[in-house]
Write a protein that binds this ligand. Structure first.
Ligand SMILES: C[S@@+](CC[C@H](N)C(=O)[O-])C[C@H]1O[C@@H](n2cnc3c(N)ncnc32)[C@H](O)[C@@H]1O
Length: 231
């Protein structure tokens, strides 16, 4: 699993150009993946939400737009420059009440059983210790009713796999280096995706962490998945 200090420094280096790179390199489809997460969370009517590995805050902003104003949203990331990006965006939005702060998923600064829902988009893969991360997430979720939503890259359908990995390993790092000036960060991205478990593997990790009602929704030919589980 990736080393936390390296991951933190890497996101710090690309923070300013992170949003632009996301949009260009995913051809804008990343927004539809986040929208699906928001839709799945919305109908479960949570009142207290934590968006983990919030980065520049796009999931937190989408949730706050879709859900009623009384819903409390905390958003955390351990990379300070990413939280600065989120706060700069927040300053341009009227009446945004999202509480952005610096915090580590492996030791969450949140009371036990506080959250009705947790979202984590493209952050779970980056954890140094996924079992500890899941145990912290379970701790802060309300038992029985709290839900976890993990949006993450996954292993695509075998037919699509050669094209997908050609794009990830050969094209993407070169394109990304033009946008962010940091080729290594996007080489890490393709390596971390290739070594990441498929949907069944993540479901198994959730089961081992004590979650129930586990489901996995494939998107983009299986290259992305939304995992939903109950605490
Ligand atoms: C690929 S970005 C995703 C950002 C955002 N959720 C999105 O969908 O665009 C991954 C984020 O995970 C954060 N991260 C990685 N490990 C973390 C940890 N242990 N605690 C908090 N944040 C972490 C990184 O700093 C980075 O901002």
């Amino acid at each position: 699993m990736p080393e936390a200090t390296k991951v933190n420094a890497m996101f710090g280096r690309i923070a300013e150009r992170y949003d632009l790179a996301n949009q260009l390199l995913s051809f804008g489809i990343d927004r539809t993946w986040r929208d699906r997460l928001v839709d799945e969370m919305e109908w479960r009517r949570p009142k207290t939400i934590v968006d983990l590995a919030t980065g520049s805050g796009d999931v937190a902003f989408a949730l706050s737009q879709a859900l009623p104003a009384f819903v409390t949203i905390k958003a955390l990331d351990f990379c300070e420059p990413m939280i600065q990006q989120a706060k700069s965006k927040q300053a341009t939005i009227e009446n945004s009440c999202i509480d952005f702060s610096v915090g580590d998923i492996l030791s969450l600064p949140i009371d036990s059983e506080w959250a009705d829902a947790i979202s984590i988009a493209f952050g779970y893969r980056n954890l140094e210790d996924r079992a500890t991360g899941l145990s912290e997430m379970k701790r802060i979720l309300r038992p029985e009713t709290g839900h976890l939503f993990i949006l993450e890259f996954s292993q695509p359908h075998p037919v699509y796999r050669p094209f997908y990995y050609y794009y990830l390993k050969s094209l993407l790092p070169n394109m990304a280096s033009l946008i962010t000036g940091d080729k290594a960060a996007y080489e890490y991205l393709s390596e971390s995706i290739e070594s990441f478990p498929d949907r069944n593997g993540i479901s198994q990790e959730l089961r081992e962490a004590g979650f129930s009602d586990i489901e996995a929704i494939p998107m983009a030919f299986g290259s992305v998945a939304l995992h939903i589980a109950r605490a």
